[in-house]
Design a protein around this ligand. Structure first.
Ligand code: DQA
Length: 147
């Protein structure tokens, strides 16, 4: 089972930039935690600051991966093309943001990705990626509730 973790612009600086918002841990640390928690899962990590490269990666993994965990960074709020790419592929996508975007500037409240994703997680820092991975690995097997 392969899960793609796809990060957009500036997320390569996580652990260094605006640590009061994004925290001090790095994606290297997250990947080590994920791999030891789920040794049978292949996690592929890709980060780009270039919109078209993110689209290419969605196309490459979107018809074969078990799921994609996607943080498009600021492109989430601006990119119709990334939304179209998520809409076009078959793999379930979980949108993740480190920060609680709804507690921030209003332009961060909009996402062109969200209408096409399986689920949305924000505000839990890197732990949000662990939650997303668990939901994909369990394949939403919990029965739905009516509450
Ligand atoms: C972010 C939130 C975006 O608004 C911002 O542009 C980012 C990071 C997050 O993970 O909280 O770069 O996607």
């Amino acid at each position: 089972m392969t899960i793609l973790i796809l990060n957009g612009p500036n997320l390569n600086l996580t652990g260094i930039r605006e640590t009061s918002i994004y925290g001090v841990s790095t994606f290297g640390e997250l990947l080590r935690s994920l791999q030891s928690a789920y040794p049978d899962v292949e996690f592929v990590y890709y980060q780009s600051n270039i919109e078209g490269e993110l689209i290419d990666k969605l196309h490459e993994f979107g018809f074969s991966a078990a799921g994609i965990i996607f943080n498009a960074g600021a492109y989430s709020h601006t990119s119709v093309a990334l939304g179209d790419a998520v809409r076009a592929i078959k793999a379930p996508v979980i949108e993740v943001h480190l920060s609680n975007v709804f507690a921030r500037e209003s332009y961060r409240h909009v996402s062109h990705i969200s209408p096409w994703v399986k689920g949305y997680i924000c505000g839990f820092g890197l732990y949000g990626y662990m939650l997303a991975a668990e939901s994909l690995i369990r394949n939403f097997q919990l029965p739905p509730t009516n509450v």
